[in-house]
Design a protein around this ligand. Structure first.
Ligand code: NAD
Length: 250
């Protein structure tokens, strides 16, 4: 897809969860602006579909971000293929089940944290030294409005996303002076395949909380992310960007 805006010429972006939803639409936009992308995702079928749609500017890596060895290996492979990583967008995530805290299955609580928080930490941890070598980097961690407000019956998800916000604020400050910015976004509900993991009444609840009375669109997410992940966004780090149709006013 051609685009007259070319903010990503010569840039290589790693996008976790890049084969679907918000990550995929962001990959599409980066490629349309002249960049190349590595899609780090655990779904082989979706990776193949995404690569077919994005063409030669995309590269697929099948991995589970909750395994630090796989993240380390993917980082090394990406650097040996593309020479650098300019941009890291951490979009891989799961919702976990809808259940009250007293009923929450402990193994699923841990799985939500393993992917949403620990997996994101591993990606930040292994990619930061690559960016430091180049003196340039943009990291965007996809959190959620749930991490600011806490959604009922989604405690693991809400807590893991609150932790992503804390990690982002901490790392942003650590890297000031290295040419690397680290920011988070906190979307309200966006219509993507992740909604299939939720109960219909929970989705209705989340819609009822959005003053604009509609879900976000992946295009709107990609637009915000590709600005934060570009050179243009140079005076903001450790920050949290709202994209919630008016739900968050802080
Ligand atoms: P999605 O399900 O369309 O995409 C998520 C992708 O992550 C999938 O391709 C999946 O295969 C991949 N993934 C899941 N676990 C993985 C793992 N362990 N290792 C590697 N890849 C893995 O969902 P989406 O809506 O695009 O969600 C992207 C991010 O946005 C998630 O972190 C989600 O929590 C966050 N978010 C989504 C919404 C929403 O309403 N859609 C709202 C707020 C935040």
């Amino acid at each position: 897809m051609a685009n007259s805006i070319r903010r990503y010429e010569g840039r290589h972006a790693v996008i976790t969860g890049g084969a679907s939803g918000i990550g995929f639409r962001t990959a599409e936009r980066i490629v349309s602006e002249g960049g190349t992308v590595s899609l780090w995702d655990m779904d082989a079928t979706k990776i193949d579909e995404a690569k077919a749609a994005l063409g030669a500017s995309s590269h697929g890596v099948r991995l589970d971000v909750s395994d630090p060895d796989q993240v380390d290996k993917a980082t090394q492979e990406t650097v040996s293929t593309f020479g650098k990583i300019d941009v890291l967008i951490c979009s891989a995530g799961i919702t976990g089940p809808n259940a009250k805290v007293a009923d929450y299955p402990i193994d699923q609580w841990k799985r939500v944290f393993d992917i949403n928080l620990h997996g994101l930490f591993y990606c930040n941890r292994f990619v930061v030294p690559v960016m430091q070598k180049n003196g340039y980097g943009r990291i965007v961690n996809v959190a959620s409005i749930a991490g600011k407000e806490g959604n009922p019956n989604a405690s693991a998800y809400s807590a893991s996303k609150a932790a992503v916000i804390g990690l982002t604020k901490s790392l942003g400050k650590e890297l000031v002076g290295d040419g690397i910015t680290v920011n988070a976004i906190t979307p309200a509900t966006v219509d993507t395949p992740i909604l299939q993991q939720l109960k219909p009444e929970f989705i209705d609840y989340m819609l009822s909380k959005i003053p604009m009375q509609r879900f976000g669109k992946v295009e709107e997410l990609a637009s915000l992310i590709t600005w934060i992940a570009s050179e243009e966004c140079s005076f903001t780090t450790g920050a949290v960007f709202d994209i919630s149709g008016g739900r968050a006013t802080y």
